[in-house]
Design a protein. Structure first.
Length: 154
């Protein structure tokens, strides 16, 4: 059986969480987490409601409530709990830069290959690989690039 995690706030922690919930400049997600911890507080003889009742009142799932409780206990103090989580890794670097996009658009506007009436997305993707504009190319990527260039898509 898993050990129940109880939240017991000091007066300072409780007042800090209450101030955070009342501030207008706070992230809504973090305010909800603070409200959950306040509702779970069992210090000074308080008896918190059942998890399902608290979660419904705050407007989150029970799993979110359990995650917030666990995060608060692991954080150790209120200020670190109320910090936004940082991304573990940086965003991926795009395969296609502006210069490559311009070359693809130029290719699409050029005459189609012999025996074809017009360029297809797949033939453009294959030609990009053949011209070594990139190592691999999806026809859907070509579609997105060309879609940006349609008249009226400003």
């Amino acid at each position: 059986m898993e050990k129940r995690l109880h939240v017991k706030l000091t007066l300072k922690e409780r007042s800090e969480l209450e101030r955070f919930c009342e501030s207008d400049k706070s992230d809504v997600r973090l305010v909800r987490r603070a409200m959950l911890i306040l509702a779970l507080d069992s210090a000074e003889g308080r008896k918190p409601d059942r998890n399902a009742v608290i979660a419904k009142r705050v407007g989150v799932s029970r799993q979110t409530l359990n995650t917030a409780r666990h995060d608060f206990i692991m954080a150790g103090d209120v200020s670190s709990f109320l910090q936004s989580k940082r991304r573990g890794s940086t965003a991926s670097v795009p395969k296609i830069d502006g210069e490559t996009e311009a070359r693809i658009i130029e290719l699409a506007r050029s005459d189609p290959p012999e025996g074809q009436a017009r360029w297809t997305l797949r033939s453009l993707a294959a030609k990009c690989i053949e011209l070594r504009l990139c190592e691999s190319m999806s026809h859907m990527t070509i579609s997105r690039i060309l879609k940006k260039q349609k008249p009226g898509n400003a």
